[in-house]
Ligand binder design. Structure first.
Ligand SMILES: [Zn+2]
Length: 500
């Protein structure tokens, strides 16, 4: 890491800085470093760290003048340049910390500059002209296509421009169309203009982190709380379902229907991203560190604030210590969510205070019980009262096993959980990085694609779900057990219909 008296914090020696006309890591490295430094500042409140980031950003602004430079130009391969658009994350956070509009102005400039180049960049999906072209199909590197949503979001809010708001709305729809039932956005590195396929196209762990980060920021800026359901589905199903349930390993790429994880796409084309690993060093060490970020990013977005009080946007065991005005407020959620839909809230204030707690109603809920006074308003339950001392109340969402269909194939959910039939697997140990950190391949012991017949609906029995499915090899119905897909290695999630 290079630093100097002019405030530069980045990866290049003085003779190389800001002098690129092709691929470089100037903005990408800064985005990654400064995000980490701002997280450190958030935790420690060490003003020296905030000041270093502000000086680093000012150094960018001094060397790449707003509306008079081209930080995102490339004449060839531009993978690092593309990731560098996420520098807008830093600018947005600095705006939120300082309320200095120069940061938002510069974020808007970054998006406009990135949009303006008709060059060979790795992903052009976020460029304004492509979003407004109704015939354009997303085709970029999915990690870019999802992280860039945050840049467009900041640009739309920084400018207040209704054309960018429209572009944002179009882009959100395009991403939704590429989302699998577990919340993963497809792209086995690349989207290539394809449509969702639950068996033949995987999603990357990096993409899941970038999507979760983008959607939670979207909720924060727009107040569109429907996306909280998308975030929960993504985390509890695609993301937990691509993490090894017992070992320190994740899948780089994973499909919803996952029959082989032996460096092949479900036993067909070779691709060493389809395995479990502590590092994936043979491919790229991107997904493992990003997998480590996804739960903290989820937790830090569980609670939002508005002028009336606090909003439980998503659920999970947590504790938040904050202020309402100048009054300290502590809120705890005690729950096994999403494996139980019962949540106990403890609210504690030092001095009596009047504020509202708004609790999001998950889209899947079939009713609820709540043992305190409340009112229902739109997407929320609202508890608005004078709080004093410690108050405790318990909320329980009612859930049902639900049958859905995708491309004519039934699948099942219970609350925020997508259910899967585990496929018994043989483990093939691979490269050892150090004890406890290793690669593993998995192949099925008996490969049978079960089918759905009649009106069979799984029946909940504790933490698993019993259902009769048709075995097309033995040509008979068998009782099988489904579990949340987040608990599985190999699995079947969608079931072809047996109509015989
Ligand atoms: Zn990755």
């Amino acid at each position: 890491m290079e630093k100097s008296k002019d405030g530069y914090l980045g990866i290049y020696a003085p003779d190389l800085r800001y002098r690129f006309e092709t691929e470089n890591g100037e903005m990408w490295a800064k985005a990654s470093l400064y995000r980490a430094l701002l997280a450190y500042y958030d935790f420690t409140k060490d003003k020296n760290v905030l000041k270093a980031v502000e000086r680093g950003v000012q150094n960018v602004m001094d060397n790449c003048k707003i509306n008079a430079s081209t930080p995102y130009i490339a004449h060839a391969y531009g993978y690092g340049i593309c990731h560098g658009l996420a520098f807008t994350d830093v600018l947005d956070q600095l705006y939120q910390l300082t309320h200095d509009s120069k940061y938002w102005d510069y974020a808007l400039f970054c998006y406009k500059d990135f949009s303006s180049h008709d060059i060979i960049v790795e992903s052009k999906d976020i460029q304004y002209k492509n979003i407004m072209n109704p015939d354009y199909r997303l085709r970029g590197h999915t990690a870019h296509s999802t992280e860039h949503l945050r840049s467009l979001l900041v640009a739309a809010y920084a400018s207040g421009n209704p054309q960018l708001a429209e572009a944002l709305s179009i882009y959100m729809k395009r991403l939704k169309e590429l989302t699998t039932i577990s919340g993963g956005i497809i792209g086995d590195e690349w989207i290539y203009g394809r449509k969702v396929d639950h068996t033949l196209i995987g999603y990357e762990y990096c993409t899941m982190l970038e999507t979760l980060d983008a959607y939670t920021q979207y909720i924060q800026k727009t107040g569109d709380i429907r996306y909280a359901d998308e975030v929960e589905i993504l985390l509890f199903n695609a993301a937990m379902g691509a993490r090894h349930p017992e070992k320190s390993a994740v899948a780089y790429l994973k499909t919803d229907n996952s029959y082989f994880m032996n460096r092949t796409l479900n036993g067909m084309r070779g691709n060493s991203r389809y395995k479990y690993s502590s590092a994936h060093q043979d491919v790229a060490v991107c997904c493992n560190p990003n997998a480590g970020r996804i739960i903290p990013y989820y937790i830090q977005n569980l609670w939002l604030k508005d002028k009336d009080g606090f909003i439980a946007s998503m659920f999970g065991g947590c504790e938040v210590n904050t202020l309402f005005g100048k009054q300290p407020v502590s809120i705890r959620e005690i729950t096994d969510y999403p494996h139980s839909n019962r949540i106990t809230f403890e609210v504690e204030v030092k001095k009596p205070a009047i504020f509202a707690l708004k609790i999001r109603k998950p889209a899947w809920n079939k009713g609820f019980t709540l043992d305190t006074d409340y009112k229902e308003e739109g997407a929320y339950l609202i508890i608005n009262r004078k709080w004093s001392g410690k108050s405790t109340f318990t909320l329980e969402w009612k859930a049902e096993v639900e049958k859905h269909e995708i491309a004519g194939e039934p699948y099942f959910t219970y609350g925020a959980l997508v259910l899967a039939l585990p496929v018994e697997a043989t483990e093939i140990p691979g490269r050892i990085y150090k004890p406890g950190f290793q690669d593993f391949d998995y192949i099925p012991k008996n490969f049978t694609l079960y089918m759905h017949a009649g009106n069979e609906i799984p029946v909940k029995d504790g933490d698993h779900f019993n259902v009769n499915l048709y075995n097309p090899i033995l040509q008979k119905m068998e009782q099988k057990t489904l579990v949340p897909m987040g608990h599985t290695l190999l699995r079947q999630v969608t079931f072809r219909k047996n109509t015989e």
